[in-house]
Design a protein around this ligand. Structure first.
Ligand code: ZN
Length: 323
């Protein structure tokens, strides 16, 4: 289902009036500014980013990382934890040649397979800076009962395997089971990424809207500020991360961008998700498909397809990190 908060209904999703949308060309900082006005007025707003929908990941490097963490123009020395470049080659050349060495990725499997048994716990409100929201939600299921939380955990584990094979450190926000019978709450999910000083964070989901709505979309953080929420530093790098994940996901799975939001870009900006609002690290959500559509569900329930999905997400992350 949609992410970590109560979603708008499918009906409201399809009836957003034109004046509540903004179609914004990729024009650097202007995009962030354009997001603010509509999101202040609407509970949730779709902001379409007009990007090339192609699957290549070969766009030129962009200066998007926060100044404190990377230059964005020198991948070989971009790791915030790398030794000074003058010393590294002499002391140990191999790590300095791998831009992924010492980098951390946090993977957040959406929801939890035990949430439905802990409704009191997950229904309690938590502070997301700009608002208060439910701690967590149960997620959706396919019509045959395959839980979104099962899907997200499986894809996340596959993703972890691919990323660790690349030499990345991976932290999972949870793996359900006895260690985490429910949750974590959305504020804790964000905090785990922040405290890990993650170089990239991805929250894995699948949507639950009416049949006929198909395809994937990546959710990017809007620029928000309120309480503990301040996304100004992550809006740019998160968009870069999200575009790379989306294009690689399309390539490896063959899936198309969602046909029901994002106007064919596979990208949506939202300001109402605690998991994004409270993140201080580059972070996106990916909705891998619509569990309530039979054709999408046939993909989402296929282990082979889930491996392709994990590979695409991994490729996007690795590209973002300069690997
Ligand atoms: Zn979800």
């Amino acid at each position: 289902m949609r992410y970590d908060d109560r979603p708008p209904s499918p009906e409201s999703a399809s009836s957003v009036s034109p004046e509540r949308r903004r179609f914004v060309r990729r024009s650097g900082l202007a995009v962030g500014a354009a997001v603010l006005a509509p999101t202040a007025l609407a509970g949730w707003v779709l902001v379409q980013l007009t990007t090339g929908a192609g699957a290549d990941d070969a766009r030129p490097p962009r200066i998007v990382m926060p100044a404190a963490s990377a230059s964005g123009t020198a991948p070989a020395s971009a790791s915030p934890s790398a030794s000074p470049s003058a010393a590294a080659p002499q002391s140990d050349p191999s790590p300095s040649k791998n831009p992924l060495a010492g980098r951390t990725v946090v993977i957040d499997p959406g929801h939890n397979t035990g949430n439905f048994k802990h409704t009191d716990e997950i229904d309690r409100q938590v502070d997301i800076g700009t608002n208060r929201k439910e701690c967590d939600t149960t997620g959706t299921t396919t019509n045959a009962g395959y839980m979104e939380a099962e899907f997200t955990l499986d894809v996340s584990r596959r993703l972890r395997t691919v990323l660790e094979a690349k030499g990345l450190k991976v932290v999972m926000t949870h793996e359900a089971g006895t260690a985490r019978p429910w949750g974590p709450c959305i504020d804790e999910r964000a905090r785990i990424g922040n405290e890990a000083t993650a170089d990239a964070v991805v929250s894995v989901h699948a949507d639950g809207v009416s049949s006929g709505n198909r395809g994937y979309h990546v959710i990017l953080p809007a620029k928000v500020k309120g309480g503990a929420a301040d996304t100004a530093a992550i809006v740019g790098p998160s968009r870069d991360l999200g575009e790379r994940i989306g294009s690689n996901f399309a390539r490896t799975t063959g899936s198309a961008p969602a046909n029901y939001l994002g106007s064919g870009t596979g990208l949506v900006v939202r300001d109402d998700l605690g998991g994004l609002n409270l993140s201080t690290r580059p972070k996106v959500f990916i909705e891998c498909g619509n569990m309530r559509d039979a054709k999408d569900a046939a993909l989402l329930t296929s282990p082979e397809w889930r491996q392709k999905a994990a590979q695409g997400i991994a490729d996007g992350i690795v590209g973002f990190l300069g690997g």
